[in-house]
Write a protein that binds this ligand. Structure first.
Ligand SMILES: Nc1ncnc2c1ncn2[C@@H]1O[C@H](COP(=O)(O)OP(=O)(O)OP(=O)(O)O)[C@@H](O)[C@H]1O
Ligand SMILES: [Mg+2]
Length: 256
């Protein structure tokens, strides 16, 4: 869908140097671009600056645990995110750019049923009435492999894998252009992790989403990524390239 709307990259990172608050630069002169329907995996050791870069794309500054963005530009659909005002930032975070983090259960609103959270999110889209949102919420639960009864569950009643599925539904329900998944499956057992990754890969392909997948697990990159960018704190940065096993990758094949 999006692929037809926009031929250019969904996101471009140009010459970005990132320093944590009060620290020296952890990433220097980073260039990246990401097209619709493409999964780019950021691979790097702990402390390499992966999460700081993700927060920079959401324009979180030092006050929200984000970096001091020393130099460079980050563009979404050719729009420099530095130009976003308050309303622009609200549209960016969770709207144009969906987010999934490691602790899904913590990211869901406690004490609020999953169905209600989904309906609320869906209704943020202009012109979406309550009945339409309810029907779409049911559909999203089905698409992420959750039973309809989960609509009535509270976040604390879900397993880690179920919470992660609910989080994916919430992130995708607003139809973002770009999805950032930061260590989204690290806390799950290997079987659930593989299931969630396959689900994410399939949904992103169906939706024509661009995905920035952050991990320190090369196996995850092999399974899901079209291209892999390796990051090493402070010193070096290797441009994104296709993983060696790309042609054997059943989820990625035929997508670029
Ligand atoms: N809010 C902050 N204030 C000060 N330093 C920070 C802040 N956030 C990150 N850093 C530092 O910046 C560096 C990069 O952190 P970042 O969280 O981006 O690493 P990461 O690659 O995501 O690591 P991990 O794989 O462990 O999640 C680290 O040295 C970290 O200590
Ligand atoms: Mg991190």
């Amino acid at each position: 869908m999006l692929q037809q709307e926009s031929q250019g990259p969904v996101m471009r990172i140009e010459g970005v140097t990132i320093a944590p608050p009060g620290g020296a630069a952890v990433l220097n002169d980073v260039d990246l671009s990401l097209r619709a329907g493409e999964v780019l995996c950021l691979l790097g050791a702990s402390g390499a600056g992966k999460s700081l870069l993700a927060r920079a794309v959401l324009r979180f500054g030092p006050e929200a645990g984000g970096p001091e963005l020393a130099t460079g530009r980050i563009l979404l659909d050719d729009r420099d995110i530095a130009t976003c005002d308050g309303a622009g930032l609200r549209a960016l975070r969770g709207g144009e750019v969906g987010m999934i983090f490691q602790e899904a259960a913590a990211a869901l609103t406690p004490g609020r049923r999953i169905g209600a959270q989904l309906i609320e999110t869906l209704r943020l889209r202009p012109g979406t009435g309550r009945a339409a949102a309810r029907a779409e919420a049911r559909d999203w639960l089905r698409r992420v492999g959750l039973g309809a009864e989960v609509a009535r569950a509270y976040p604390h009643q879900l397993s880690g894998g179920m919470a992660q599925r609910a989080m994916i539904a919430l992130a995708l329900a607003r139809r973002p252009k770009l999805l950032i998944a930061d260590e989204a499956t690290t806390a799950l057992d290997p079987v659930t992790q593989a299931e969630i990754l396959a689900l994410l890969g399939g949904l992103c392909r169906e939706e024509g989403l661009a995905v920035l997948l952050i991990t320190h697990d090369a196996g995850v990159a092999r399974v899901l990524a079209d291209r892999v960018a390796r990051m090493k704190a402070g010193v070096s940065w290797r441009k994104a390239r296709r993983p060696r096993c790309w042609s054997h990758n059943p989820l990625a094949r035929g997508r670029v």
